[in-house]
Design a protein around this ligand. Structure first.
Ligand SMILES: *[C@@H]1O[C@H](CO)[C@@H](O)[C@H](O)[C@H]1NC(C)=O
Ligand SMILES: *[C@@H]1O[C@H](CO)[C@@H](O)[C@H](O)[C@H]1NC(C)=O
Ligand SMILES: *[C@@H]1O[C@H](CO)[C@@H](O)[C@H](O)[C@H]1NC(C)=O
Ligand SMILES: *[C@@H]1O[C@H](CO)[C@@H](O)[C@H](O)[C@H]1NC(C)=O
Length: 425
């Protein structure tokens, strides 16, 4: 029995590896691992503030992927997990006129490499995805969108597709010159309208649009920990800034139960019956806490390779004070925040919670109250269980544990402690 189990796993891993190798071989423009240019040639290691020496440009230009004004481009990554408010943070970047934003391109890597295991929390599967993910991210930051085509099903013909995941979430992909359905005055195109009215996505035009923008931002929920990104962060051809978004794991759990109804069905049964199903997949919770703990421990220990490149943001702080937090984020990125970002915050952080209820991934409309509303939804024993499982990370991030059902439901005391995480600079 044991033996055959292992054989099955090995087989699965082998087949994934073969698929990935095939993809890399067949791709129209295979990823080449260029020799890493020396810092003297590129002047990137010292960060964006150090101007690249003129005589060094030739050295960099040997690497066409990244030579496009590489020293000025900022490669922004929103590192998050599902239901932690990452769409909201993504929008804060998407709204900026100088930023080309992509919503979770790694979705395509996952669905291609491990299609049956879309919701797998299996550590081996997750690791298998990492190498592929890093390669893809590297290419996308260089605006090589063709590389993504290898993962899109059905394969795009003539560099055109209507299957790009959440295309409508990217402003640049819903406006001129990529899409001519809307004029420059149509400021906030709804995601659904974009998908409906824009013709198929011309990847060539999309890549041009990416190159036109000064910066590239990518939202990622399929990379477990910041440590997994070290190779990218240290790559001197890139200028990565990671915004890691965290949220109270109790809030994440509650939100996932509402959103991913099939996958989290057993948790709903627990909530409804007060009894924990024997076959509940506890890793759906423990993995979140382990990943946060790993990431945050790394981030807050200030390793040299993250210097100036890492900022930790709590979702709750962002919902309490969106404008202020957003300014801090732009400060960290070293970019001026533009008017449209501010306007977007004004219109999207007030009012009802209706929108978030309607859209599975809708950005959160409103409010500080929303950030702790999970307390009214989870049962005390689920909360107690989560606290026991995640106590280290709760403590580290400043989320208070409750000791009774009364305390849990008493909304006049917040469970979010004041805590400042100064970006490591
Ligand atoms: C690169 O940056 C320089 C300096 O900011 C600018 O003058 C130049 O036009 C940029 N090059 C391209 C191709 O955008
Ligand atoms: C791709 O372009 C070629 C040449 O323009 C055309 O003949 C072909 O039909 C196109 N394929 C698809 C699937 O649109
Ligand atoms: C996509 O855009 C490019 C650049 O404008 C153009 O040359 C190409 O024909 C377009 N592709 C299709 C299939 O329309
Ligand atoms: C809720 O907490 C507040 C602050 O600790 C306390 O004063 C109040 O009595 C509590 N309310 C209930 C219903 O327990």
């Amino acid at each position: 029995m044991q033996c055959s189990w292992k054989a099955v796993i090995l087989l699965a891993l082998a087949s994934i590896a073969i698929q990935y190798t095939a993809i890399r071989t067949l791709t129209s423009k295979p990823f080449q691992l260029c020799p890493v240019p020396s810092p003297q040639n590129c002047g990137l290691l010292g960060g964006p503030e150090i101007e690249s020496p003129i005589e060094g440009r030739a050295g960099c230009d040997d690497y066409p992927y990244f030579s496009f004004n590489a020293s000025r481009k900022t490669h922004i990554m929103v590192l998050a997990t599902t239901r932690s408010g990452s769409s909201f943070v993504g929008q804060l970047l998407n709204q900026h006129a100088d930023i080309f934003y992509l919503f979770e391109p790694l979705y395509h890597v996952q669905t291609t490499l491990i299609p049956r295991l879309s919701h797998s929390r299996n550590a081996a599967d997750r690791r298998v995805m990492l190498g592929a993910s890093r390669d893809l991210l590297r290419s996308l930051y260089g605006c090589d969108l063709y590389f993504l085509e290898s993962y899109i099903k059905p394969a795009p013909a003539n560099h055109t597709t209507d299957k790009l995941f959440r295309r409508g979430a990217s402003r640049a992909l819903c406006s001129l010159p990529v899409c001519d359905a809307f004029g420059p005055t149509d400021a906030n195109v709804e995601e659904g309208d974009c998908v409906k009215k824009c013709a198929s996505l011309n990847m060539t035009l999309a890549a041009d649009a990416c190159r036109e923008k000064r910066h590239v931002a990518i939202k990622v929920v399929r990379v477990p920990e910041i440590g997994d990104l070290r190779a990218l962060v240290e790559d001197p051809r890139l200028n990565i800034k990671v915004i890691q978004l965290v949220r109270d794991p109790r809030g994440i759990l509650s939100s996932r139960i509402e959103t991913f109804r099939d996958t989290y069905r057993l948790w709903r049964i627990w909530r409804a019956t007060g009894r924990r199903p024997y076959n509940l997949d506890l890793s759906q919770l423990t993995v979140v806490c382990e990943d946060f703990l790993g990431s945050v421990s790394t981030g807050l220990s200030h390793p040299h390779w993250l210097k100036g490149k890492y900022m930790l943001v709590r979702y709750e702080d962002l919902s309490r004070n969106p404008l202020l937090k957003t300014m801090e984020i732009y400060d960290f990125l070293g970019l001026p925040m533009d008017k449209s970002v501010e306007e977007w915050i004004q219109t999207n952080t007030r009012g009802s919670t209706e929108l978030s209820a309607k859209h599975k991934y809708g950005t959160v409309r409103d409010s500080a109250a929303n950030a702790e509303s999970w307390r009214l939804k989870l049962s005390y024993d689920m909360v107690e269980y989560t606290q026991a499982t995640c106590h280290k990370v709760l403590h580290q991030l400043g989320y208070k544990a409750v000791k009774s059902a009364e305390e849990l439901k008493n909304m006049s005391l917040s469970l979010v402690q004041d805590k400042t995480f100064v970006p490591f600079s």
